[in-house]
Ligand binder design. Structure first.
Ligand SMILES: Cc1cc2nc3c(=O)[nH]c(=O)nc-3n(C[C@H](O)[C@H](O)[C@H](O)COP(=O)(O)OP(=O)(O)OC[C@H]3O[C@@H](n4cnc5c(N)ncnc54)[C@H](O)[C@@H]3O)c2cc1C
Length: 317
Protein backbone atom coordinates (compact mmCIF):
# COMPACT_ATOMS: atom_id res chain seq x y z
CA UNK A 1 0.00 0.00 0.00
CA UNK A 2 1.33 3.41 -0.81
CA UNK A 3 0.90 6.47 1.36
CA UNK A 4 -1.80 8.09 -0.78
CA UNK A 5 -4.03 4.99 -0.52
CA UNK A 6 -3.90 5.07 3.22
CA UNK A 7 -7.30 6.70 3.70
CA UNK A 8 -8.94 3.35 3.00
CA UNK A 9 -6.76 1.53 5.52
CA UNK A 10 -8.54 -0.34 8.31
CA UNK A 11 -7.32 1.31 11.48
CA UNK A 12 -8.60 -1.59 13.59
CA UNK A 13 -5.28 -3.17 12.75
CA UNK A 14 -3.42 -0.86 15.13
CA UNK A 15 -1.46 -2.58 17.92
CA UNK A 16 -2.98 -3.04 21.38
CA UNK A 17 -1.68 -0.34 23.68
CA UNK A 18 -2.05 0.77 27.30
CA UNK A 19 -2.31 4.42 26.30
CA UNK A 20 -5.23 5.84 24.32
CA UNK A 21 -6.28 6.05 20.69
CA UNK A 22 -8.73 8.71 19.62
CA UNK A 23 -10.22 8.64 16.17
CA UNK A 24 -10.75 11.53 13.78
CA UNK A 25 -9.32 14.30 15.90
CA UNK A 26 -9.74 17.77 14.41
CA UNK A 27 -6.26 19.19 14.91
CA UNK A 28 -6.86 22.93 14.46
CA UNK A 29 -7.55 23.65 18.15
CA UNK A 30 -4.26 22.02 19.13
CA UNK A 31 -2.10 24.12 16.81
CA UNK A 32 -0.80 27.65 17.24
CA UNK A 33 -2.19 28.60 13.81
CA UNK A 34 -5.62 27.17 14.77
CA UNK A 35 -5.98 25.61 11.32
CA UNK A 36 -5.72 22.14 9.84
CA UNK A 37 -7.79 19.05 9.13
CA UNK A 38 -8.29 15.95 11.23
CA UNK A 39 -5.79 13.33 12.28
CA UNK A 40 -7.12 9.86 11.45
CA UNK A 41 -5.98 8.75 14.91
CA UNK A 42 -4.18 10.37 17.80
CA UNK A 43 -2.18 8.02 20.02
CA UNK A 44 -1.15 9.10 23.51
CA UNK A 45 1.30 6.49 24.78
CA UNK A 46 1.17 5.58 28.45
CA UNK A 47 4.96 5.50 28.86
CA UNK A 48 8.21 4.67 27.05
CA UNK A 49 7.46 0.94 27.01
CA UNK A 50 3.99 1.50 25.55
CA UNK A 51 5.43 3.70 22.80
CA UNK A 52 8.15 1.15 22.13
CA UNK A 53 5.64 -1.71 21.78
CA UNK A 54 3.44 0.39 19.51
CA UNK A 55 6.35 1.18 17.18
CA UNK A 56 7.54 -2.42 17.19
CA UNK A 57 4.12 -3.80 16.26
CA UNK A 58 2.79 -1.03 14.06
CA UNK A 59 2.58 -1.97 10.40
CA UNK A 60 5.08 -0.08 8.30
CA UNK A 61 2.16 0.83 6.02
CA UNK A 62 0.69 3.03 8.75
CA UNK A 63 2.36 6.43 8.71
CA UNK A 64 3.33 7.85 12.08
CA UNK A 65 3.67 11.58 12.80
CA UNK A 66 4.96 13.00 16.06
CA UNK A 67 3.91 16.46 17.15
CA UNK A 68 4.80 18.59 20.15
CA UNK A 69 2.99 21.84 20.93
CA UNK A 70 2.36 22.40 17.20
CA UNK A 71 4.02 25.82 17.31
CA UNK A 72 6.14 25.32 14.18
CA UNK A 73 3.89 23.17 12.01
CA UNK A 74 1.14 23.82 9.50
CA UNK A 75 -1.30 20.93 9.30
CA UNK A 76 -2.93 20.92 5.88
CA UNK A 77 -6.72 21.01 5.56
CA UNK A 78 -6.99 17.42 4.28
CA UNK A 79 -5.71 16.12 7.60
CA UNK A 80 -3.05 13.62 8.63
CA UNK A 81 -3.46 9.96 7.72
CA UNK A 82 -2.31 7.21 10.04
CA UNK A 83 -1.32 7.89 13.61
CA UNK A 84 -0.34 11.19 15.19
CA UNK A 85 1.60 10.68 18.40
CA UNK A 86 1.35 13.22 21.17
CA UNK A 87 3.50 12.72 24.27
CA UNK A 88 1.81 13.40 27.61
CA UNK A 89 2.72 13.84 31.26
CA UNK A 90 4.75 10.64 31.51
CA UNK A 91 7.16 12.09 28.97
CA UNK A 92 7.53 15.41 30.77
CA UNK A 93 9.85 14.71 33.70
CA UNK A 94 12.67 17.04 34.70
CA UNK A 95 15.66 16.08 36.88
CA UNK A 96 18.44 18.46 37.85
CA UNK A 97 21.74 16.85 38.83
CA UNK A 98 25.03 18.66 39.45
CA UNK A 99 25.56 20.81 36.35
CA UNK A 100 23.06 19.15 34.08
CA UNK A 101 19.36 18.56 33.69
CA UNK A 102 17.49 15.74 31.94
CA UNK A 103 14.18 16.93 30.51
CA UNK A 104 11.43 14.81 28.98
CA UNK A 105 10.52 15.60 25.37
CA UNK A 106 6.92 16.37 26.26
CA UNK A 107 7.72 19.18 28.69
CA UNK A 108 6.97 22.70 27.42
CA UNK A 109 10.08 24.90 27.19
CA UNK A 110 8.44 27.60 29.29
CA UNK A 111 7.88 25.18 32.19
CA UNK A 112 11.47 23.90 31.94
CA UNK A 113 12.74 27.49 32.18
CA UNK A 114 10.42 28.27 35.10
CA UNK A 115 11.49 25.15 37.05
CA UNK A 116 15.16 25.97 36.39
CA UNK A 117 14.55 29.40 37.92
CA UNK A 118 12.90 27.81 40.95
CA UNK A 119 15.87 25.47 41.47
CA UNK A 120 18.48 28.17 40.80
CA UNK A 121 19.81 26.67 37.55
CA UNK A 122 20.88 28.97 34.73
CA UNK A 123 21.37 28.45 31.01
CA UNK A 124 17.81 27.54 30.01
CA UNK A 125 16.52 31.13 29.99
CA UNK A 126 16.50 31.40 26.18
CA UNK A 127 13.99 28.54 26.03
CA UNK A 128 11.45 30.59 28.00
CA UNK A 129 10.33 32.55 24.96
CA UNK A 130 10.19 29.67 22.50
CA UNK A 131 6.72 28.18 22.54
CA UNK A 132 6.87 24.44 22.15
CA UNK A 133 8.22 21.37 23.84
CA UNK A 134 11.69 20.03 24.48
CA UNK A 135 11.09 17.37 21.78
CA UNK A 136 10.15 20.00 19.20
CA UNK A 137 13.15 22.07 20.26
CA UNK A 138 15.49 19.12 19.71
CA UNK A 139 14.04 18.39 16.27
CA UNK A 140 14.16 22.05 15.19
CA UNK A 141 17.37 22.97 17.04
CA UNK A 142 15.30 25.87 18.28
CA UNK A 143 17.10 29.02 19.29
CA UNK A 144 16.76 32.63 20.24
CA UNK A 145 18.98 35.58 21.09
CA UNK A 146 22.24 33.91 20.09
CA UNK A 147 21.66 30.55 21.74
CA UNK A 148 20.39 27.30 20.23
CA UNK A 149 19.41 23.95 21.74
CA UNK A 150 22.65 22.42 20.45
CA UNK A 151 24.67 24.90 22.54
CA UNK A 152 23.42 23.38 25.79
CA UNK A 153 22.76 19.80 24.67
CA UNK A 154 24.93 16.91 25.92
CA UNK A 155 22.95 13.97 24.54
CA UNK A 156 19.41 12.93 23.64
CA UNK A 157 17.41 9.79 24.21
CA UNK A 158 15.52 8.66 21.10
CA UNK A 159 13.30 5.81 20.03
CA UNK A 160 13.55 4.46 16.49
CA UNK A 161 10.72 3.26 14.27
CA UNK A 162 11.00 -0.30 15.57
CA UNK A 163 10.84 0.72 19.22
CA UNK A 164 14.54 0.59 20.14
CA UNK A 165 15.61 3.21 22.64
CA UNK A 166 19.09 4.68 22.08
CA UNK A 167 21.18 7.54 23.38
CA UNK A 168 22.74 9.83 20.77
CA UNK A 169 25.62 12.16 21.52
CA UNK A 170 25.49 15.76 20.36
CA UNK A 171 28.03 14.93 17.63
CA UNK A 172 25.90 12.05 16.33
CA UNK A 173 22.93 14.38 16.02
CA UNK A 174 24.63 16.64 13.45
CA UNK A 175 22.72 19.74 14.51
CA UNK A 176 23.05 23.07 12.78
CA UNK A 177 20.91 26.18 12.33
CA UNK A 178 17.26 24.97 12.61
CA UNK A 179 18.39 21.52 11.55
CA UNK A 180 18.84 18.18 13.27
CA UNK A 181 20.49 15.28 11.46
CA UNK A 182 18.71 12.56 13.45
CA UNK A 183 16.58 10.33 11.14
CA UNK A 184 13.17 11.87 10.58
CA UNK A 185 11.27 8.89 11.97
CA UNK A 186 13.08 8.89 15.33
CA UNK A 187 11.12 10.27 18.27
CA UNK A 188 12.92 12.19 21.00
CA UNK A 189 12.19 10.99 24.52
CA UNK A 190 14.42 13.34 26.48
CA UNK A 191 17.47 15.56 26.34
CA UNK A 192 20.37 15.96 28.76
CA UNK A 193 21.40 19.61 28.93
CA UNK A 194 24.26 21.58 30.49
CA UNK A 195 23.27 24.07 33.17
CA UNK A 196 25.03 26.37 35.60
CA UNK A 197 24.02 27.59 39.05
CA UNK A 198 23.00 31.16 39.70
CA UNK A 199 20.98 33.22 42.12
CA UNK A 200 17.31 33.59 41.28
CA UNK A 201 17.33 37.40 40.78
CA UNK A 202 19.93 37.04 38.01
CA UNK A 203 17.96 34.29 36.26
CA UNK A 204 14.72 36.23 36.69
CA UNK A 205 16.34 39.32 35.16
CA UNK A 206 17.28 37.36 32.03
CA UNK A 207 13.77 35.91 31.77
CA UNK A 208 12.25 39.39 32.08
CA UNK A 209 14.56 40.77 29.38
CA UNK A 210 13.64 37.95 27.00
CA UNK A 211 9.94 38.47 27.64
CA UNK A 212 10.19 42.20 26.96
CA UNK A 213 12.09 41.65 23.69
CA UNK A 214 9.53 39.08 22.52
CA UNK A 215 6.52 41.25 23.26
CA UNK A 216 8.16 44.04 21.30
CA UNK A 217 9.29 42.04 18.27
CA UNK A 218 6.92 39.08 17.75
CA UNK A 219 3.15 38.68 17.34
CA UNK A 220 3.08 36.32 20.32
CA UNK A 221 -0.61 36.76 21.07
CA UNK A 222 -1.65 35.96 17.49
CA UNK A 223 -2.41 32.70 15.72
CA UNK A 224 0.97 32.11 14.16
CA UNK A 225 3.58 29.43 13.56
CA UNK A 226 6.78 31.27 14.45
CA UNK A 227 9.39 31.98 11.79
CA UNK A 228 8.01 30.88 8.45
CA UNK A 229 11.34 30.66 6.63
CA UNK A 230 14.90 29.94 7.71
CA UNK A 231 17.38 32.77 7.41
CA UNK A 232 19.40 32.11 4.24
CA UNK A 233 23.15 32.23 4.90
CA UNK A 234 24.21 35.87 5.24
CA UNK A 235 20.64 37.24 5.19
CA UNK A 236 17.67 37.76 7.46
CA UNK A 237 14.51 36.25 6.00
CA UNK A 238 12.39 39.15 7.29
CA UNK A 239 14.59 41.72 5.51
CA UNK A 240 14.22 39.87 2.20
CA UNK A 241 10.45 39.61 2.71
CA UNK A 242 10.25 43.31 3.46
CA UNK A 243 12.42 44.15 0.43
CA UNK A 244 10.04 42.11 -1.73
CA UNK A 245 7.14 44.27 -0.50
CA UNK A 246 5.34 41.50 1.37
CA UNK A 247 4.84 43.03 4.82
CA UNK A 248 1.08 43.02 5.53
CA UNK A 249 0.17 41.12 2.33
CA UNK A 250 -2.83 38.82 2.80
CA UNK A 251 -4.83 36.00 1.19
CA UNK A 252 -8.19 35.14 2.70
CA UNK A 253 -7.60 35.19 6.45
CA UNK A 254 -3.84 34.65 6.14
CA UNK A 255 -1.57 37.66 6.50
CA UNK A 256 2.14 38.44 6.61
CA UNK A 257 2.53 39.94 10.08
CA UNK A 258 2.93 43.72 10.18
CA UNK A 259 4.97 43.33 13.36
CA UNK A 260 7.44 40.67 12.17
CA UNK A 261 7.23 39.92 8.48
CA UNK A 262 8.76 36.44 8.72
CA UNK A 263 5.65 35.44 10.69
CA UNK A 264 2.38 34.49 8.98
CA UNK A 265 -0.77 35.03 11.01
CA UNK A 266 -4.27 33.66 10.86
CA UNK A 267 -6.35 36.79 11.32
CA UNK A 268 -9.44 34.73 12.14
CA UNK A 269 -10.84 32.78 9.24
CA UNK A 270 -7.75 31.47 7.44
CA UNK A 271 -7.43 27.84 6.55
CA UNK A 272 -4.15 26.01 6.07
CA UNK A 273 -4.44 26.40 2.30
CA UNK A 274 -4.52 30.21 2.63
CA UNK A 275 -1.44 30.13 4.85
CA UNK A 276 0.52 27.74 2.62
CA UNK A 277 -0.44 29.69 -0.53
CA UNK A 278 0.60 32.95 1.11
CA UNK A 279 3.95 31.42 2.11
CA UNK A 280 4.48 30.23 -1.47
CA UNK A 281 3.68 33.70 -2.83
CA UNK A 282 6.15 35.30 -0.41
CA UNK A 283 8.76 32.75 -1.53
CA UNK A 284 8.08 33.61 -5.19
CA UNK A 285 8.18 37.38 -4.62
CA UNK A 286 11.48 37.12 -2.72
CA UNK A 287 12.89 34.93 -5.51
CA UNK A 288 11.79 37.47 -8.15
CA UNK A 289 13.06 40.48 -6.20
CA UNK A 290 16.36 39.11 -4.91
CA UNK A 291 17.12 35.79 -6.61
CA UNK A 292 17.32 34.21 -3.16
CA UNK A 293 15.41 31.02 -2.36
CA UNK A 294 13.68 30.98 1.02
CA UNK A 295 13.37 27.56 2.66
CA UNK A 296 10.33 26.82 4.84
CA UNK A 297 11.22 26.52 8.52
CA UNK A 298 7.62 25.64 9.37
CA UNK A 299 6.98 21.94 8.79
CA UNK A 300 4.07 21.35 6.40
CA UNK A 301 2.24 18.19 7.43
CA UNK A 302 -0.61 16.14 5.99
CA UNK A 303 -2.76 16.20 2.88
CA UNK A 304 -4.19 19.06 0.82
CA UNK A 305 -7.73 20.37 1.21
CA UNK A 306 -9.71 18.15 -1.17
CA UNK A 307 -8.33 14.89 0.22
CA UNK A 308 -11.26 14.32 2.63
CA UNK A 309 -9.61 11.90 4.97
CA UNK A 310 -11.97 8.97 5.41
CA UNK A 311 -12.02 7.63 8.94
CA UNK A 312 -15.53 6.17 9.03
CA UNK A 313 -14.31 2.64 9.62
CA UNK A 314 -12.26 3.57 12.68
CA UNK A 315 -13.41 1.86 15.85
CA UNK A 316 -10.87 3.03 18.43
CA UNK A 317 -11.92 5.63 20.98
C1 LIG B 1 5.02 33.01 18.66
C2 LIG B 1 6.11 32.03 18.28
C3 LIG B 1 7.43 32.37 18.49
C4 LIG B 1 8.45 31.48 18.15
N1 LIG B 1 9.75 31.84 18.38
C5 LIG B 1 10.74 30.97 18.08
C6 LIG B 1 12.11 31.31 18.33
O1 LIG B 1 12.44 32.38 18.83
N2 LIG B 1 13.06 30.41 18.01
C7 LIG B 1 12.75 29.20 17.47
O2 LIG B 1 13.67 28.40 17.21
N3 LIG B 1 11.47 28.85 17.22
C8 LIG B 1 10.47 29.70 17.51
N4 LIG B 1 9.17 29.35 17.26
C9 LIG B 1 8.90 28.05 16.62
C10 LIG B 1 8.65 26.88 17.58
O3 LIG B 1 8.18 27.34 18.83
C11 LIG B 1 9.90 26.02 17.78
O4 LIG B 1 10.36 25.49 16.57
C12 LIG B 1 9.62 24.85 18.75
O5 LIG B 1 10.84 24.23 19.06
C13 LIG B 1 8.66 23.80 18.16
O6 LIG B 1 8.31 22.91 19.20
P1 LIG B 1 6.90 22.17 19.21
O7 LIG B 1 6.86 21.30 20.41
O8 LIG B 1 5.81 23.15 19.08
O9 LIG B 1 7.04 21.29 17.91
P2 LIG B 1 5.96 21.11 16.73
O10 LIG B 1 5.69 22.42 16.12
O11 LIG B 1 4.81 20.32 17.23
O12 LIG B 1 6.80 20.21 15.73
C14 LIG B 1 7.91 20.76 15.06
C15 LIG B 1 8.72 19.59 14.48
O13 LIG B 1 9.27 18.84 15.55
C16 LIG B 1 8.88 17.47 15.45
N5 LIG B 1 8.74 16.96 16.82
C17 LIG B 1 7.97 17.44 17.82
N6 LIG B 1 8.15 16.69 18.93
C18 LIG B 1 9.04 15.73 18.62
C19 LIG B 1 9.63 14.63 19.32
N7 LIG B 1 9.34 14.35 20.60
N8 LIG B 1 10.52 13.83 18.67
C20 LIG B 1 10.82 14.06 17.36
N9 LIG B 1 10.29 15.07 16.64
C21 LIG B 1 9.41 15.90 17.27
C22 LIG B 1 7.57 17.49 14.66
O14 LIG B 1 7.36 16.25 13.99
C23 LIG B 1 7.85 18.62 13.67
O15 LIG B 1 8.63 18.14 12.60
C24 LIG B 1 8.13 30.22 17.59
C25 LIG B 1 6.79 29.87 17.39
C26 LIG B 1 5.79 30.77 17.74
C27 LIG B 1 4.36 30.35 17.53
Amino acid sequence: MIFSDFRDFDLKRLPDVRGSYKKHVVMAPYTWFRVGGAAATVFRPQDHEDLSQFLLQNSEEVPVTIIGAASNILIRDGGIPGVVIKLGKNFASINFKNNSVRIGAGLPNSIAARLALKEGYSGLEFLSGIPGTIGGGLRMNAGAYGKEVKDILIEAEVIDNTGNIKVLSLEEMAMSYRHCGVPKDYIFLSGLFKTGKDVQPNIQKKLDEIKARRVESQPITERTGGSTFKNPKGYKAWELIEAAGCRGVSIGGAMVSEQHCNFLVNTGNADATDLENLGNIVQQKVRDATGIELEWEIKLLGLPKDSNLNTEDVSYE
